[in-house]
Design a protein around this ligand. Structure first.
Ligand SMILES: Cc1ncc(COP(=O)(O)O)c(C=O)c1O
Length: 387
């Protein structure tokens, strides 16, 4: 049974005066969401390796590690550099093309580094980087279970990549084979209607496992998972590790897919009503540069770019860069210029990436705390980033 969400934390007084748009994070809900994920993982004997691309913040990664994360997943070398001070086990779940692996090789020696790989092309490069850096780069062979993005498609091709890794002593020393990795990003149905899609994922994965096991090469790790499939992960036999990212905050997609309730959404964009001139709508100062222009794909026929946390019948129907148009047609609310609203974006990860920082509040936070986002951007981190 999932723990009930915490009661809403009081908002600091500054919520009325801080300049908008700005992103707010309810830390009580963050802790709740981390606890729910960890509890699920423990109940099913799965390791939890959250994806930090959602929050980009070492302070939040630290909370994930303290809550029981076995390691962290990153999408970029910069995320790895920024997270290295708070985690001793990092996985780059993105192809490590040159010169990205060099940056992984330069991480502090106490950090175990793994990379996802879906073909032999990068092997000579990765082996050279690992040799010159004097550290192994663990390889997880990425397989495609239906998304059609990256990943080896045929089980025989995965086997031949694994055989090459384990059969060549030079490679095996620098690039130890850790297991398999997949991402079921194509499964975006309501969680109560995922049974068939997850059975297909299980069958695709099963074909890879069968071929590897048949060759005497069972994978040690099978890393998968996403937020939409989070609570269906136990239906995928062989899975050992899950990598949800969005689940720390949740968003409009998570709610529509049944993975979270609106009371579990920890991230909102605070915005101010700037115009009520056109009947039937209100305009806020959060547009595509605060919310992002991400499609809402969860419910056919329902579009827009977000909804109001406290009035979910009000959607952001359209955005330009610094304007968001609220559709009031389903609401009795009569907003006035200066009113403040909290918007739940469709997809939180891209909204976070647009912010300078996040403002944290909650029962254990005095006023607003600042959460820095040094994982944003691409540049190399030369000194320890501030949390
Ligand atoms: C490879 C990989 N793993 C895990 C995740 C986390 O998925 P979610 O954002 O649904 O939590 C992503 C998301 O983009 C991903 O690309």
């Amino acid at each position: 049974m999932k723990a009930p969400p915490p009661p809403p934390a009081p908002l600091p007084e500054a919520v009325h005066t801080v300049e908008t748009p700005v992103a707010l994070v309810d830390m009580d809900r963050v802790r709740h969401n981390l606890g729910v994920t960890m509890q699920y993982a423990r109940a099913h004997g799965l390791d939890w390796r959250p994806h930090v691309k959602t929050h980009k913040a070492p302070a939040l990664a630290r909370l994930q590690v303290e809550a029981g994360a076995a390691g962290l997943t990153v999408a970029t070398p910069r995320e790895a550099e920024v997270m290295a001070p708070v985690a001793s086990d990092l996985l780059l779940a993105h192809p490590p093309v040159p010169p990205k692996a060099e940056r992984l090789g330069a991480l502090p020696p106490g950090v175990r580094v793994s990379v996802a790989l879906d073909g032999p092309d990068l092997l000579p490069y990765l082996a050279r980087v690992a040799r010159e850096a004097g550290r192994p780069l663990r390889i997880l062979v990425e397989v495609d279970v239906g998304m059609g993005r990256v990943g080896v498609v045929r089980p025989e091709a995965a086997l031949s990549l694994v055989q090459r890794l384990v059969g060549d002593a030079g490679l095996a020393r620098h690039l130890p084979w850790g297991g398999l990795l997949f991402y079921p990003g194509h499964v975006r149905l309501h969680q109560d209607r995922q049974e068939e899609a997850l059975a297909q994922v299980a069958a695709r994965l099963g074909a890879f496992l069968e071929v590897l096991e048949g060759a005497g090469l069972p994978p040690g790790v099978v890393s998968g998972g996403s937020t939409p499939t989070l609570f269906g992960s136990h239906r995928i036999p062989g899975l050992t590790e899950i990598r949800p990212g969005t689940a720390i905050f949740h968003d409009r997609d998570s709610v529509a897919l049944g993975v979270a309730s609106l009371q579990e959404v920890a991230y909102t964009v605070l915005a101010t009503v700037v115009s009520t001139g056109v009947p039937g709508q209100a305009v806020v100062d959060a547009g595509s540069k605060a919310l992002a222009r991400e499609e809402f794909r969860a419910v056919a026929g329902e579009g827009g770019y977000g909804l109001l946390l406290d009035r979910p019948e009000v959607h952001v129907a359209a955005v330009s860069e610094e304007h968001g148009i609220l559709d009031l047609s389903a609401s009795t609310w009569s907003p006035r210029v200066g009113d403040r609203v909290r918007i739940v974006p469709n997809h939180v990860c891209v909204s976070v990436n647009l912010q300078d920082h996040l403002l944290a509040f909650g029962r254990e936070v005095e006023g607003f705390g600042t959460i820095r986002l040094p994982g944003r951007g691409r540049g190399r981190v030369t000194a320890a980033p501030p949390e």
